[in-house]
Design a protein around this ligand. Structure first.
Ligand code: N7H
Length: 440
């Protein structure tokens, strides 16, 4: 039987896609004493929207709130309760850096302060259709927390949707997302059976029949884990690599599409392998309607090593089962666009605030990051990494299966550098009130 999700207790940011267009801001807060932290929980519980009700008390601005393990500690959550959260969450992202491929320029000692330090306790994300709405709400919020002794805003990152849902490399993003049983929100791939609710929300059965619970149950129920990563994109380097490894502008676009598995318009190679089809790319009923195995077992259309086939192999023959490694993604661009045609780095910071939402940081986010993005063994490609986001460090390789001979790309630089991140827990609305009422 399908689980009925308690949508009125789940934060809307977990399940509901964002408005389009939109601007967003991430704010990290530090809690300096229990009382102030609990007061903050009382206040945010009043403005966070539930997945059942798309109308925000802040009109056109939607707020989500998440806490790090250090944040739960700073609220005075008892040890027995802290111990009931997942091991990866308790470790935090910094401790997991090597396994995530966050080495060299991506290693925590090079992260933007204070990301990855024990100072980050609460992460608030506010999303609005435009800057005016967002700034009005933020000015009010600032007035509030500036008067709250014991709460300190320590970091902020502004983000925005680029035209046509594009990200800084120029690809349309935000196309593929899974369907979740009981959520009422359709997935984007009609060939994918909805996933069990417990894959994304604590307190419900997951694909393996397990139910994650915390002690007490109310804290975990209807909550989820959220992984934030600030990912800097070396756009000029990406453009230069494409240029120097192709024979013409068309060939350059084909190489970019082979690396992604989609043309920049979003049109999937699985459905149009030889040329772009912007109309298909923009059509949400068709642009994710495909599988891999029967039609393209050898990756002649969509290479096994491409970003989308690695991160969601769908029904492709791989070592393991793809369904238990699915995720909800909420990527949001930051920084100015590098103007079309520019091949030299202008020094600006631009990239993606990547957000993973799911109930299993270990077998979903960490697994995909370490086994599928930064390794190629699962589909028989040895140590090849994701050509776009793998930690390639100049020595990456990528194979484009072709007849009569495959194309082998070598010397792939690192196009994406981690600037920091956090493992967070996004509680349900009742859990926020439970945190506010803590008396220990
Ligand atoms: Fe990826 N990009 O814009 O270039 N990603 N991603 N990603 N990604 C996807 O299908 C991108 C990152 C996934 O179901 C698209 O919605 C960039 C991480 C998954 O077919 C594009 C960065 C992880 C999918 C990008 C980045 C993932 C996916 C195609 C970093 C996981 C869905 C649009 C800067 C740990 C696959 C779409 C499917 C798709 C880009 C990071 C995972 C364009 C720039 C870190 C699961």
């Amino acid at each position: 039987m399908n689980a009925v999700l308690e949508l009125d207790d789940i934060q809307s940011g977990v399940l509901r896609p964002r408005p389009t267009p939109y601007v967003a801001t991430y704010i990290a807060l530090r809690i300096n004493d229990y009382g102030a932290g609990r007061d903050l929980m009382t206040r945010v519980a009043k403005v966070v929207t539930s997945a059942a009700n798309p109308n925000s008390p802040l009109a056109d601005t939607w707020v989500s709130v998440a806490l790090t393990y250090q944040g739960l500690k700073a609220l005075g959550v008892p040890q027995e309760t802290l111990d009931s959260f997942s091991w990866e969450f308790r470790q935090g992202m910094t401790a997991r850096a090597k396994d995530l491929g966050d080495v060299g320029p991506s290693s925590p000692e090079n992260w933007e302060e204070p990301l990855g330090t024990p100072d980050v306790h609460v992460v608030i994300v506010a999303v609005s259709p435009d800057e005016l709405h967002l700034e009005t709400v933020l000015a009010r919020a600032r007035n509030t927390y500036q008067t709250m002794k014991g709460i300190q805003a320590i970091w902020r990152q502004n983000c925005h949707a680029l035209p046509n849902e594009k990200e800084p490399f120029g690809f349309r993003d935000g196309i593929s997302h899974p369907a979740i049983e009981g959520s009422g929100i359709p997935g984007s791939n009609p060939n994918e059976e909805p996933l069990k609710a417990g894959e994304f929300v604590l307190g419900y059965a997951d694909e393996l029949g397990g139910v994650q619970k915390t002690v007490p149950e109310v804290l975990g129920r209807n909550g989820t884990y959220v992984v934030f990563r600030k990912l800097h994109q070396r756009v000029a380097e990406f453009r230069r690599y494409l240029k120097s490894n192709s024979t013409s502008p068309d060939d350059e676009e084909l190489l970019a599409a082979k690396m992604m598995g989609r043309w920049r318009s979003g049109a999937p190679l699985a459905l149009c392998p030889f040329h772009d089809d912007p109309e298909l790319g923009a059509d949400p009923r068709r642009n994710n309607d495909f599988l891999f195995q029967a039609d393209d077992p050898a990756g002649l259309k969509t290479p096994g090593g491409s970003h989308i086939r690695r991160t969601n192999p769908r029904d492709a023959a791989i070592a393991g089962v793809a369904r238990i490694h699915r995720m909800i993604r909420r990527g949001t661009s930051y920084g100015p666009l590098l103007p079309e045609g520019v091949l030299d780095d202008d020094g600006a910071d631009r990239g993606l605030m990547f957000a993973f939402v799911g109930a299993h940081i270990g077998r979903q986010f960490e697994f995909v990051q370490s086994e599928w993005i930064n390794d190629g063994i699962f589909f028989g490609a040895g140590a090849d990494r994701d050509p776009i986001i793998g930690s390639n460090g100049g020595a990456g390789s990528f194979t484009v299966p072709r007849k009569p001979v495959r194309k082998r790309c070598q010397g792939i630089p690192q196009f994406v550098v981690t600037r920091g991140g956090e493992y967070c827990f996004m509680p349900g609305l009742n859990a926020l009130r439970w945190l506010a009422d803590l008396r220990t």
